[in-house]
Ligand binder design. Structure first.
Ligand SMILES: Cc1ncc(COP(=O)(O)O)c(C=O)c1O
Length: 433
């Protein structure tokens, strides 16, 4: 029995079944590659679900963490605060879009950041309702499950959810949902379900992650900004997956020129260490009373040290530009593949957040979740880690570290092409030619 197989059966016996995993038990990882317990090497196109924008164990991040561990590992910011937290807030306040005073707070998980953004928006507006979007994903806590617009695997069986959450359509040109339709869906909510004057916040991922890498058309984001301004609603950009240089800008909403009131970040910020945050207008961020926000581990010193190194690396290694180049290479390769294979219905994304959608028939666009799962399995056999996404589980997403060397990226894309062809039943020798 391989070590992986043995661990798989131990996991099945010891770990709650709701915690789904791949079968790759890692022992070592470096930049864009990792090795499992059986000595197999994998190219990592998942990056810990968009966390390792700066790669596994970036030397700058590791050195910062080691240095911090020598000084202190935890005090709780509420008990004995530290300068590095304050300085990270200053850095994010300066980086976030908007020519106004900003403030930040730090937490641990992405879901906590979204929870806190909603708490802050409610306190500030003295309103309770929140509008989110179909296909959106915001986390696995109760409020963020309520905000999430994807039932499986996130919502089934876990209700009831907090009240006063409403969902509008997210525009999806490939699925025939235009910007106009999506905007009229928000109006529909205002007429049929919730008074806009009761809405505290509209929360949106400028590029949907779990929902299928759907890029919100910029005109849609601009229109939402106008809706929020008209009704005094707080606009929250959930940048947990799309932020921190992933799309070619520090925050994905910057592509649209729209300035949100609050931004949630996590994943890439900590470079592999748990850290999330909310950054936004000081007037809104300051609404809540002292003690109302925070938590025991929020802004843990080790994670904060990692985040400073991550921001330094993004700047010094020009990772925003690198994200654009990595994304272009992925797009070009996928578009070539799509011309050959009608099962690839759509190739989309922004920067190095790239995905392709699998369909049974390009005309009917019927989602093909089985083919998607097969592509992932073939890729894994060939040594490439991939993730799926999409409300119908029929989208393959590419999220390599932005620091991936060109040769490894090329190798990964070759494996990807071969895996798609394996899954489609096309001779694989031809696939890698
Ligand atoms: C856009 C978005 N928001 C929130 C979350 C939740 O983050 P976490 O899993 O760290 O709680 C995620 C996680 O994938 C995400 O993609």
């Amino acid at each position: 029995m391989s070590k992986s197989a043995e661990l798989k059966s131990r996991k099945a016996a010891a770990v709650a079944s709701g915690v789904a995993t791949k079968g790759i038990y890692v022992v070592k990882a470096e930049n864009s590659e990792l090795w499992d317990v059986d000595g197999r090497r994998y190219i990592d196109f998942a990056a810990g679900i968009a966390v390792l924008n700066t790669g596994h164990r970036h030397p700058r991040v590791m050195a910062a963490v080691a240095q911090q561990a020598e000084a202190f590992a935890h005090t709780c910011f509420h008990v004995a605060p530290y300068e590095s937290y304050v300085r990270l807030a200053e850095r994010l306040n300066a980086l976030a879009p908007g020519d106004f005073a900003k403030k930040s707070l730090f937490l641990s998980a992405g879901a906590e950041a979204v929870e806190n953004a909603i708490k802050i928006a409610r306190y500030y507006t003295k309103r309770s309702a929140v509008i989110a979007f179909s296909g959106g994903f915001h986390g696995r806590t109760l409020m963020t499950m309520a905000l999430t617009g994807k039932v499986m695997p996130y919502k089934r069986g876990f209700g009831p959810f907090p009240a006063e959450v409403y969902h509008a359509e997210f525009p999806q040109p490939y699925r025939g949902i235009s910007v106009e339709q999506a905007l009229s869906d928000v109006e529909r909510l205002f007429h049929g379900d919730v008074d806009p004057k009761s809405v505290a916040a509209i929360v949106i991922e400028p590029v949907q992650g779990e929902g299928g890498f759907n890029v919100a058309p910029f005109e849609f984001l601009r229109a939402l900004r106008r809706v929020c301004d008209e009704h005094g609603i707080v606009l929250i950009a959930d940048e947990v997956q799309g932020g921190i240089a992933r799309t070619g800008k520090m925050f994905s909403i910057e592509h649209s020129g729209v300035v949100p009131d609050l931004i949630t970040v996590a994943k890439g910020l900590g470079g592999g260490f748990p850290l999330s945050g909310v950054t936004g207008r000081a007037s809104i961020m300051d609404a809540a009373h002292a003690g109302g926000l925070g938590g025991t581990y929020g802004g843990n010193p080790i994670s904060i040290a990692a985040a400073h190194a991550v921001l330094d690396v993004i700047e010094e290694e020009n990772l925003c530009a690198r994200a654009t180049r990595v994304g272009q290479k992925m797009h070009t390769r996928l578009q070539t593949l799509a011309k050959e294979l009608p099962c690839i219905g759509d190739v989309r994304g922004l920067g190095a957040m790239v995905a392709f959608e699998l369909v049974k028939d390009p005309k009917t666009k019927e989602p093909d979740a089985a083919l998607t799962a097969s592509i992932l399995a073939h890729a894994e056999k060939r040594g490439l880690i991939l993730l799926s996404c999409g409300t119908e589980a029929n989208v393959v997403r590419l999220l390599s570290p932005l620091t991936i060397p060109d040769a490894v990226l090329e190798e990964g894309l070759n494996i990807l092409a071969a895996a798609v062809k394996d899954a489609c039943g096309v001779e694989s020798a031809r696939a890698v030619a």
